[in-house]
Design a protein around this ligand. Sequence first.
Ligand SMILES: Nc1nc2c(ncn2[C@@H]2O[C@H](COP(=O)(O)OP(=O)(O)OP(=O)(O)O)[C@@H](O)[C@H]2O)c(=O)[nH]1
Ligand SMILES: [Mg+2]
Length: 362
Amino acid sequence: MKTGIIGFSQVGKTTLFNILTNAKVDTKFSGGRAEAHLGITTVPDVRLDALARQYNPKKTIHATVEYVDVAGLVKGEKKDREPSFLGDLRNVEALLHVIRAFEDPSSPHPEGSINPRRDIENLELELVLTDLAIVEKRLERLEKDLKKVKNPEWERELELQRLCKTALDNGRPVRSLEFKEEDKKRLRGFMYLSAKPILHCINLGDTDSHHLEEVGDRFNLAESEAQPHVAITAVCGKIESELLELPVEDQAAFLADYGLKQSGLERIIRATYRLLDVISFFTVGEDECRAWTVPRRATAWEAAGAIHTDIQKNFIRAEVVSYEDLIACGSLTVARDKGVLRLEGKEHIINDGDIVHFRHSG
Ligand SMILES: Nc1nc2c(ncn2[C@@H]2O[C@H](COP(=O)(O)OP(=O)(O)OP(=O)(O)O)[C@@H](O)[C@H]2O)c(=O)[nH]1
Ligand SMILES: [Mg+2]
């Protein structure tokens, strides 16, 4: 899973990138056109940790999320030439938009005041304008080609691109449109930024740590929050940066001092999982306990494919047990004896937290 961190300049993108990936990129350096940073986050999961304690495997492999941190957007930049760093965002699955809500007189907010609602609207507009430039170019090409040759595939694409253009012309992101799976495929190659699910993350000042859950009301964001494939969360960047400097055993107490139940990293990853509507299932054994990420309502057959195409191809049955049942039983053998480990076919829907063992031939 790959997420792109975006936002206007000096909002705390790199600070958040460092928090998420435990990197040490200098936040003093800005310069606007810096190269993109890439980092990987291990997805914390207490269930996998508990399974690992039970199995004591040689390897425990958590799910990971890749993050890319790019230079800040500049409002109203000309869209006829795509800013090069946007290229780094084209192949991400989701966008993490950092919004500045902390006061810092030494580096003022570029807009002069704190107003997350305005910043969200401005950012969405930048995405819309960037995509509009692409869709217009594509439509021109399609119309020209269709005058020369009749091609039903291009005609279908023309209809779809026109739908996108109409939405964009009206200031609406491509993600507000519903497409059938085969039409999504037709548009995928254009990698519209406004088609990507987006998590707006409000970066609060350190005195606001008790009010993380209330950002929606406080900044009047209900309208954004209600849109499809949009979610809102908050962090206190400064506190989270300090957290990173502490030994692991002191972190929970430090968070509690600020009234926080979980770290910003956990909150953001959970929000991203909900936004993308994905779940985790686990495979266990003495060699390896591992978390896998699949879309919610994935079938056993699809889950097999997430591990390896060979397992999918040679799928016989999936043995499935819920996390709670396996922990209560202590082992797959006991779970099997008690009848809570069930043998399921290809169409069985995998639930969040299920432990799955695939029986396959070859
Ligand atoms: N007080 C406070 N300062 C912060 C916070 N997050 C970032 N800063 C400061 O704001 C400045 C910019 O932070 P960065 O993380 O580099 O912001 P950025 O969005 O990556 O900036 P550009 O890449 O230049 O667009 C730095 O001086 C940070 O120390 C925060 O949560 N609270
Ligand atoms: Mg930066």
